[in-house]
Design a protein around this ligand. Structure first.
Ligand code: AQP
Length: 332
């Protein structure tokens, strides 16, 4: 084994192609090489509205089903829900006393998500990257497979781990390495090639959801924004929509991007989209089908999550006890 990986997805609904290609699909291959811990990060999901308890429960099971449907093996890996293991919140508090406010002020995701009303944003959204550091470091994970948008949070996590080690003069936490893998580390919106494909985009046509059926997937690909030039080319600055669709094709086909660009150089957008729609349906419809099958038996999903929480708890509570000793908390 090459070390330990930890990663997670928020159960905020609308799990999409970006989450799949940028994160979940890569985990399937990594589970062979690393001891793997995959979390459904529900505590992160309440940092922003909507606050809908029933939907949160449903989305938590949905993300779990997506992990398994994509090929993550719950026997081999630990799959669990963040709020089931108290050490995440407990370690986050310690890290809140390690991370400087100036570090958090630099986080672009907070600025993006808080928007204009920064004073009205929740404190939880502001300290989100601190909780994320606790998620990973509670397991002393060495590698974190994520999409490109999480790079800055990973750097902050390394700063927190390093500052903790220095402050207490220990070599306790590793400095986790990001694993940003594949050709689709940043999948863009189908409506705007310069915006990230995202769960919170109000337009459902901007993304392919993992729960979309075959007809919906095909329709969204055919209606994706394109430009009026003949043929396709790889010019991300000038033709972001063409670049995004070529990238998605290469990632889904698992082919080098250069080969895909060459093959479709003379194709019309309409022909290319037809081929891409078929490929997307072939790759994604079986995952959606398996998710539906798993979600029909919530008891089974809950049992997997309970078993996962026990395994996660055993690792995290031991690490937390050592952290408490290091910082000088009296033993109970
Ligand atoms: N567009 C994307 N391309 C590649 N990877 C992506 N990820 C997210 N969007 C893309 C990766 O998916 C993992 C889980 O993300 P998350 O759900 O925890 O949080 P997020 O990054 O905030 O996801 P969204 O879809 O962008 O949600 P909203 O709209 O709420 O901001 C991460 O590894 C992420 O890199």
């Amino acid at each position: 084994m090459g070390g330990r990986i930890f990663s997670g997805v928020q159960p905020t609904g609308n799990l999409h192609l970006g989450n799949y290609l940028g994160a979940i699909r890569n985990w399937v291959a990594l589970q062979e090489q690393y001891e793997s811990i995959f979390c459904v990060v529900d505590m992160h999901a309440i940092t922003m509205p909507p606050w809908e308890p029933e939907a949160l429960r449903a989305h938590t099971r949905e993300v779990t089903a997506a992990y398994i449907a994509a090929g993550i093996d719950p026997q081999r890996c630990v799959i669990f829900v963040q709020s089931h293991v108290a050490a995440h919140a407990q370690l986050a508090w310690v890290f809140n006393c390690v991370a400087a406010i100036g570090w958090l002020n630099r986080m672009t995701q907070f600025k993006d998500k808080a928007g204009k009303d920064r004073e009205g944003a929740m404190a939880g959204l502001y300290v989100y990257p601190v909780l994320m550091a606790a998620d990973v470091l509670a397991y002393r994970a060495t590698h974190v497979p994520v999409g490109e948008d999480q790079k800055q949070h990973l750097e902050l996590m390394r700063d927190i781990a390093g500052a903790f080690n220095r402050r207490y003069d220990v070599d306790f936490f590793p400095l986790p390495e990001p694993l940003i893998l594949g050709t689709a580390t940043r999948v863009m919106s189908l409506r705007d090639g310069r915006a990230k494909m995202s769960k919170s985009d109000p337009s459902d046509n901007s993304r392919i959801n993992l729960t979309d059926d075959a007809d919906t997937i095909a329709r969204k690909v055919r209606r994706a924004k394109s430009d009026s030039e003949m043929g396709l080319s790889w010019e991300p600055e000038r033709r972001p929509e063409a670049a995004n669709l070529l990238n998605i094709y290469a990632a889904l086909a698992e082919e080098p991007r250069e080969a895909v660009v060459e093959r479709f150089a003379a194709s019309s957008f309409a022909d290319f989209k037809g081929t891409l729609a078929d490929l997307a349906v072939a790759r994604l419809a079986p995952i959606a089908g398996e998710m539906r099958r798993l979600l029909a038996d919530p008891g089974h999903i809950d049992a997997i999550l309970r078993a996962g929480a026990e395994r996660a708890e055993a690792i995290a509570s031991d690490n937390l006890a050592q952290v408490y000793d290091i910082v000088g908390f009296l033993r109970r």
